[in-house]
Design a protein around this ligand. Structure first.
Ligand code: ZN
Length: 646
């Protein structure tokens, strides 16, 4: 299986996180540093509970653990949709208050402004406050009045209340930034004042009612507990929620009520409380010796299976509850309790049937916690048969070099994908003057393109089958091109949000990575990214796949936020990765193509010879006047003259 270091991220959605170390991953969860990457024996741990998303999640949704938005971000649109959306934006529309304006408010005035935000997504920006803004926003003189208002709104909470959600997001951001070290730790007595409010709301009935104007209220309130690292205080309450929503003789159909999206989101958050309990010293002491949590969770799965499988939204709670039940197998003393539960789940479900995600949760649990005994479960080497079951269709493009492996593509869709790549290759070879000669020691003569039917399927299966992270828009795994049996592979999914238009998300971009790796960049991904080449690698994939038609990048560069020399120094682990690598990388590559082809004709032979040190010496010696020339050129750049050919 390919390792993550060989991953090249996909499109505008990729994150530095996809390729960086555990240090960066630690920022992913709302809590303390956690290695979510591998369990015993290097197996990937089953993922943290999150509601499924058909749209690729935004960077903010990943980082701050926010509810998946159904709003189409510009980078998810076709060029035509982007143009229409820009026209609409220019025609007006309300904006969120600026963080500087918010940070200028004090005490009750701030609490009032937060509580009355008309659009709760505006509160997401608190997570991204700068150090200076955060110190002003989350100082003692503000936290107290916010906590007081939080208590008032908690007591008055009911359908139509948006204030509690806004204030909760503000407090979540405060704890998040304190955990990140952006602001000092919050005073301990804040916990004392928030706890009774949270408990009262979560044990009451109002929080269970649909609240269309703030549907995620309950879920965010529970996630606040996670940001506070206060799971240990809520374990009995979380278990109560699980049993409360388990079908029984007294409430034979209670599980169906979870199909209300706000409630399903809240239940996911309850599962997160269990998930993070394992990573907190105090909570782990409690759960590590108590089988009742796992038994309650698996009781939920057994009793609710029929109802939840039939549910429109909430069926995912079944496999996520199963996954959290099985996670208790991480404690050797609880393994004897959990083993029969996993065996029962495997016996009671099938790899490719309607309950396939429960089966997957069980198989993943074996891999992560009890791999040495896989034969007891009958799951040894399950990945091969699973891939065949989940990706049963295979097509080969006419050139013979590209194979598609898919769940759902029709022959005509496969043909469209083949055509797109067939047309892109000549443009690539011409622009890069490759003469179609591969670099030395490259055996990647063929490319496998894996296509999942949507983003949710990609998130469910790709980490298990191919070992990659999914906080991206697809990945290219080059592998070791010098190994004769190596298989280069791009893992993708269908952009279902563009239907009826058919598109494999980021196919053009990733196909450039394949060609670039084979015809320009000697060695594997690690070798070619040892020095700062990210501006070139990601910028080129963007430039060739978009041509001139990239108004967002032009707009980003017009802010003047970075110098060209800073963009040349881009790495996969920098802050502001998405903007720097893709938007600014695109502009840097386009600038070199349009104005300084001599840079390209100097560095390409170095890349092809694997002389990356010489490349970086050359780049470091470029005259500083280029920065000014780039800034000048940016002002004149337009989206005209697109060489798009479809
Ligand atoms: Zn990429």
């Amino acid at each position: 299986m390919e390792r993550l270091l060989s991953a090249l991220c996909g499109g505008l959605l990729s994150l530095a996180l996809a390729m960086s170390s555990v240090t960066a991953l630690a920022a992913l969860g709302p809590g303390a540093p956690i290695d979510t990457r591998s369990g015993l024996g290097g197996a990937k741990l089953p993922p943290m509970p999150r509601p499924p998303s058909l749209l690729p999640r935004s960077r903010e949704e990943w980082l701050f653990d926010l509810a998946p938005s159904e709003r189409l971000r510009p980078e998810l649109m076709t060029p035509e949709m982007r143009r229409r959306a820009r026209a609409r934006r220019q025609a007006g529309g309300e904006a969120c208050p600026s963080m500087d304006a918010m940070a200028g408010l004090r005490g009750e005035a701030l609490a009032e402004r937060v509580a009355t935000l008309a659009d709760s997504t505006c509160a997401n920006a608190f997570f991204e406050a700068t150090r200076e803004q955060a110190r002003q926003l989350f100082g003692d003189e503000n936290l107290r009045p916010v906590a007081t208002r939080f208590a008032t709104e908690g007591a008055a909470y009911g359908p139509g209340n948006r204030a509690l959600l806004n204030l909760t997001l503000f407090l979540r951001a405060a704890y998040y930034l304190a955990n990140q070290g952006t602001v000092p730790p919050l005073p301990a007595d804040m916990t004392d004042s928030l706890r009774p409010v949270i408990t009262r709301v979560l044990t009451g009935n109002a929080i269970l009612l649909p609240n269309p104007s703030a549907a995620t209220s309950a879920g965010e309130l529970i996630t606040l507990v996670v940001n506070m690292h206060d799971e240990s205080a809520y374990l009995p309450l979380a278990r109560q929620w699980v049993t409360r929503f388990t079908n029984s003789a007294q409430s034979p159909a209670i599980a169906s009520s979870l199909d209300e999206p706000g409630l399903a989101y809240a239940f996911t958050a309850i599962l997160k409380v269990f998930y993070f309990a394992h990573y907190r010293h105090d909570a782990a002491q409690i759960v590590g010796n108590d089988p009742s949590y796992a038994l309650a969770l698996y009781g939920f799965v057994k009793a609710n299976k029929r109802d939840l499988l039939a549910a429109r939204h909430a069926s995912y709670l079944l496999n996520q509850a199963a996954s959290e039940a099985f996670r208790f197998a991480t404690y050797p003393s609880l393994l004897p309790t959990i083993r029969p539960l996993i065996q029962d789940a495997l016996a009671d479900s099938t790899m490719a049937g309607p309950d396939r995600l429960v089966w997957l949760a069980a198989a993943q649990a074996v891999q992560a916690y009890d791999a040495d005994h896989c034969s007891v479960y009958g799951t040894c080497g399950f990945e091969g048969p699973l891939a065949d079951a989940i990706l049963p269709r295979r097509y080969r493009c006419a050139n013979g070099a590209i194979a598609l492996r898919t769940a759902s593509l029709t022959p005509s869709e496969a043909d469209q994908a083949c055509t797109l790549m067939r047309k892109e290759a000549p443009r690539f070879h011409e622009m890069l003057r490759t003469h179609e000669i591969p670099v030395a020691d490259d055996h990647n003569t063929t490319l496998e393109v894996v296509v999942f039917s949507d983003n949710a399927e990609y998130e469910n299966y790709s980490p298990v089958l191919f070992g990659n992270d999914t906080d991206n828009g697809g990945v290219y795994l080059e592998g070791d091109p010098a190994a004769p049996k190596n298989q280069a592979r791009f893992i993708a999914f269908v952009a279902t949000w563009l239907k009826p238009h058919f598109e494999i998300w980021n196919l053009r971009h990733e196909f450039v990575h394949y060609l670039d790796g084979r015809f320009d960049l000697y060695g594997d991904f690690e070798a070619s990214t040892n020095v700062p080449t990210v501006w070139y690698i990601e910028g080129l994939a963007e430039y060739i796949s978009r041509g001139n038609d990239d108004p967002e990048s032009i707009e980003a560069a017009k802010t003047g936020r970075y110098r060209l020399s800073e963009i040349f120094a881009n790495t996969y682990t920098m802050d502001d990765y998405v903007s720097r690598a893709y938007r600014w990388g695109y502009m840097a590559v386009r600038f070199v193509f349009e104005r300084h082809p001599e840079v390209l004709s100097t560095i390409l032979p170095m890349f092809r010879n694997g002389d990356y040190a010489a490349y970086w010496r050359y780049m470091s010696g470029l005259p500083s006047q280029l920065d000014g020339e780039f800034a000048e050129w940016v002002r004149t750049a337009t989206a005209d003259g697109t060489s798009d050919d479809d």
